[in-house]
Design a protein around this ligand. Structure first.
Ligand code: BES
Ligand code: MN
Ligand code: ZN
Length: 491
């Protein structure tokens, strides 16, 4: 997608104009309406379009207006107009005309700040994400036609300057969405690691640990998950040193189960294909590291990705196996489908031990129980630190990602105590399944400030109501973590 900032729309093919609730035309809209003798107002009055968020009205451009089509796009109540309302308006404009045949979408942001003009471009670009690489026979009328998003800005230079960091975040979200979209025959651990290694072009340092190194280091619970797979398990370590030399980093850890069959505790066939996106946590961590490097964030950060494939096989681990984790604690593996926590246990321990970070945040499509608790539009946050949890809870709603804090009561610890080992990988039947999973992870944090975000509900979306998040891979977490860093942890 080409992004351009211009001072005036010129002969725009499709021109999008923001409209506040009450059919109030914004920016150049009023003037256009005048030139067209009130035709835009008449079109609105003849329709149900009132300027509500995420609604649009397409009007064949009346004479006097230098465009073929005008898209009136809802910006909601004028006094509640914020970043998310702007993103929805720009995103909805894109969705309304993406298949129209037009190649350029011009959005009038002439009444907005440079930052807002850049944000409109950002929203339209996120809205335009499609994973089409395997669609070789897509009919022309089903193929998106918009190739250029052109933003009319009062301060063109300012908007171009502001665009730089938005572009970095958009690229990072796209990178994350691509990883999540890929099928597991294409994106196995070594291929994931290879793509992450490619991010060295952004100035990240990337280290890949293979199975022999992981065996030497003692990543036994991670390796136990991958031992039934033909594909080699990997750990990818990404470092971004944009802060002061020697300053303690912040750390992100991601569950990267490239496919989760459940292992010997095998999942039902129905819906198993969804487990290709069981690496959404690792994709989010890779994405946020991409964003930090892309916009040269002034922070030291590390990202650790645990990349495995959970398969049933003659070499697979069995229910009842006891495995020593990197922390030295023995884990009784009662259910091989509770594999994400085994991967994260070693990654969390390794991260705190090697990098001594200020805090660690892990992201994981960890439990079906999280979906039962919160439904499909909230991720759950579990934390031993009000400060770390608070930073996440503050950042997420600013970027349109919903989170809800969950408890991790000590009273439930007994549900993961094992009679034969130090800890077991399942809890009390189905009761509080996402909580017992979080309590399990907490035992591998060594008391460091830590938060766990269970993104099982939000990593993938099927009937999106958010115009900037098309159906499929969400890239959930990239924007929240990037925003959290920007707001709190850059020097
Ligand atoms: N990857 C799944 C969790 C999941 C389920 C994510 C649905 C997204 C959608 C995880 O590895 C898993 O299988 N968890 C089990 C844990 C149980 C065996 C204790 C679950 O949630 O059923
Ligand atoms: Mn599983
Ligand atoms: Zn899983």
């Amino acid at each position: 997608m080409n992004i351009e900032f211009v001072a005036s729309p010129g002969a725009a093919g499709v021109l999008a104009v923001l409209v506040n609730e009450g059919r109030k035309l914004c920016g150049a809209g009023g003037q256009l309406d005048q030139k067209a003798s009130g035709a835009l107002t008449r079109a609105m009055n003849a329709s149900r379009f009132t300027g509500g968020s995420n609604s649009t009205l397409i009007v064949a451009a009346p004479s006097g207006v230098e465009a073929q089509t005008v898209v009136l796009t809802g910006a909601g109540e004028a006094d509640k107009f914020d970043d998310l309302a702007l993103e929805a308006a720009a995103g909805a404009a894109y969705q309304a005309v993406k298949l129209s045949g037009a190649t350029i979408l011009t959005i009038d942001a002439s009444h907005l700040t440079a930052q807002q003009a850049a944000r409109a471009a950002f929203a339209a670009r996120l809205a335009s994400y499609r994973f089409l690489k395997y669609r070789t026979t897509l009919k022309p009328e089903k193929t998106p036609s918009i190739e250029t998003i052109r933003i009319v800005a009062a301060d063109v230079d300012g908007a171009r300057a502001a665009w730089e960091s938005f572009a970095a975040v958009a690229e990072a979200v796209e990178f994350s969405r691509d990883l999540v979209s890929e099928p597991a025959n294409v994106l196995y651990p070594a291929e994931f690691a290879r793509r992450v290694k490619g991010l060295e072009r952004l100035g990240l340092e990337v280290e890949i640990l293979g199975e022999s190194e992981l065996e030497d280091l003692g990543f036994r619970t991670l390796l136990a998950v991958g031992q039934g797979s033909e594909r080699e398990s990997q750990v990818a370590i990404m470092k971004w040193n944009g802060g002061k030399a020697g300053e303690q980093p912040i750390a992100f850890v991601g569950k990267g189960v490239c496919f989760d069959t459940g292992g010997i505790s095998i999942k039902p066939a129905d819906g198993m294909e969804e487990m290709k996106w069981d690496m959404g946590g690792a994709a989010a961590v890779a994405g946020v590291m991409h964003a930090l490097a892309g916009r040269k964030a002034k922070v030291n950060a590390v990202g650790v990705l645990g990349l495995v494939e959970n398969m049933p096989d003659g070499k697979a681990q069995r229910p009842g196996d006891v495995v020593m984790s990197l922390s030295g604690q023995y884990v009784e593996v009662l259910n091989t489908d509770a594999e994400g926590r085994l991967v994260l246990a070693d990654c969390l321990w390794y991260t705190q031990d090697r990098f001594k970070p200020k805090f660690m945040i892990d992201l994981a499509t960890l439990t079906g129980a999280m979906i039962v608790s919160l439904g499909l539009e909230y991720a759950g946050v579990f934390s031993n630190s009000d400060e770390v949890a608070g930073a996440i809870l503050e950042a997420a709603p600013k970027v349109g990602e919903n989170v809800w804090r969950m408890p991790i009561p000590a009273a439930y610890e007994r549900h993961i105590d094992s009679p034969i080992a130090d800890v077991k990988n399942t809890g009390n039947g189905r009761a509080g399944g996402s909580i017992t999973a979080a309590l399990f992870l907490q035992r591998f944090t060594n008391g460091l400030p830590w938060a766990h975000i269970d993104i099982a509900p939000t990593a993938w979306v099927k009937d999106s109501k958010n115009p900037t998040v098309p159906d499929g891979a969400v890239g959930w977490g990239v924007r929240t973590l990037d925003r959290m860093v920007a707001d709190h942890y850059e020097v």
